[in-house]
Design a protein around this ligand. Structure first.
Ligand code: FUL
Length: 473
């Protein structure tokens, strides 16, 4: 790291300056790419490669490329399963730690070109990116820096050139890349050597070749890891972080995990968290796990503990040896998508009146609270309340709140009360809201809801307040 530390700090100060200049804001605000990334809420992760054929999680790098031979590869099937589930992006493991490349690269013979699949003429990255484009989905790549096959690994400058060449191929051949996913694993190479990665160079390459892509690593720079692989963000969860606590990928320790989980209200950088988790116990497909696919209820809980806490959910669904997503997983995704649309996608009440804390009418709540990124309802000062009212008593058990995060994340305390039989009853309270906060509450038959902002770091703007009912309740 020491050789690159200076470059890190200069990149950091450039980002800080850019943050300050954007909208002239006093608090960090998201870049347009970060904002768009978070609004998509759900991305599908696909771990696919030689491990799919060896039934392993981490390949050794010694696998024979001839084992890679999906029998009925169909990237459109992946894309339609993603769409049915409500996912907006697919991120593919173009290369995992075993070093096998899913595209015909000039940097190694250890790739699809040496496999019998499509007579060595196939290109998984090309087919998945094209399927995403046809389906209107974003496309992202995972390129493992750790490479247990490449002979140059551990010979730092030489391997860094190889890695740069691989990244360049991926970022120049397949159209728009929405997210580049950098895993922090740094083990030994085939020669027993460890590699010093050159992150500033790598990130610079992404910026140059795909300026609209967001870069993920545990430390950012655009999107941070949420600190676990359970699909659970911290509560509270700030999009802002202190970069001095998480200065570069691979840095470890309890302070780091706390920062990744919760962010910090006084963080200088806007760096929202991504929650990666698998629909099965493993990241790759294993036949023995076909009956261990998460239930719809469990997936909805993951949504609530990630997206519902101001994070993004990156759900891994691994393709099988056929090169298709398994029927069980496909059915689960479709059911998850339908249930989520019926729950968070469908408010059970349509408020007809909105009043401020003094009882003054605020205009049509549908216009005021329509989920904008830069507008909504704001109290006169840092705190205040708003109530919405609807015509018929209705059973509700979930509150969904959104903050206009385009202005920066500002809300640091809130309370929700429900109007039950003409009286306000406490329903939920919390700290951060951010892009979305989802609170499941004891079911009540209510005619109104009141949101009170109890603490904020700057004048807050609430962009939506939705009342919902969990399907089946
Ligand atoms: C980890 C890797 O070691 C796993 O195999 C998987 O790819 C996961 C998403 O990241 O660090």
């Amino acid at each position: 790291m020491p050789t690159t530390r200076r470059e890190f700090l200069s990149a950091l100060s450039a980002t800080l300056l850019a943050n300050k200049m954007r909208l002239g804001a006093s608090r960090p605000v998201p870049s347009p790419a970060q904002l768009e990334w978070q609004r998509k809420e759900l991305a599908l992760f696909c771990h696919f490669g030689v491990n799919t054929f060896t039934d392993r999680e981490w390949g050794e790098g010694t696998e024979d490329p001839r084992i890679f031979n999906p029998s009925a590869f169909d990237a459109d099937q992946w894309a339609s399963a993603a769409t049915a589930g409500g996912f907006r992006t697919i991120i593919l493991t173009a290369k995992h730690h075993d070093g096998f490349c899913l595209w015909p690269t000039a940097t190694t013979r250890h790739s699809v070109a040496a496999s019998p699949w499509r007579d060595g003429q196939g290109d998984v990255v090309a087919e998945v990116s094209a399927a995403c484009r046809r389906a209107g989905l974003g496309f992202g790549v995972y390129l493992s820096p750790w490479d247990r096959n490449h002979p140059a690994y551990g010979d730092s400058p030489r391997y860094n050139d190889v890695y740069e060449a691989q990244l360049t191929e991926l970022l120049t051949r397949y159209g728009d890349i929405e997210e580049v996913w950098f895993d922090g694993a740094n083990g030994e190479g085939p020669n027993g050597k460890r590699q010093a990665y050159d992150w500033p160079r790598t990130w610079g390459t992404v910026r140059r070749l795909q300026p609209h892509a967001v870069i993920f690593s545990d430390a950012g720079p655009d999107v941070r890891w949420i600190g676990n692989e359970k699909g659970t963000a911290g509560d509270p969860c700030w999009a802002t972080v202190d970069p001095m606590v998480v200065p570069y990928p691979g840095v470890d320790g309890p302070d780091v995990i706390r920062m990744l989980q919760h962010g910090t209200p006084d963080g200088l950088l806007y760096r929202p968290g991504e929650s990666d988790v698998s629909i099965r116990p493993g990241w790759f497909w294993h036949p023995a796990e076909d009956d261990k696919v998460r239930s719809v209820e469990n997936l909805l809980e993951l949504y609530a503990s990630s997206v519902g806490r101001n994070s993004k959910l990156l759900l891994n669904v691994p393709p099988t040896r056929a090169g298709r997503l398994h029927d069980v997983d496909v059915a689960r995704l479709a059911e998850f998508g339908a249930t989520l649309r019926a729950w968070v996608g469908t408010p059970v009440v349509t408020p007809v009146r909105a009043l401020d804390g003094n009882g003054t009418a605020l205009g049509d709540p549908r216009t005021l609270l329509r989920g904008g990124t830069h507008d909504g309802w704001s109290p006169a000062g840092l705190t205040g309340s708003l109530s919405v009212h609807w015509a018929r008593p209705t059973r509700v058990d979930t509150v969904s709140l959104q903050e206009a995060v385009g202005l920066g994340q500002r809300i640091a305390g809130y309370r929700v009360d429900l109007e039950v039989n003409g009286r306000w009853q406490p329903a939920s309270e919390g700290t951060t809201i951010g892009h979305r906060k989802l609170d499941r509450i004891p079911a009540q038959v209510a005619t109104g809801a009141r949101l009170t902002i109890t603490e904020a770091l700057d004048r807050p703007t609430v962009s939506s307040l939705g009342l919902h009912r969990y399907p089946g309740d």
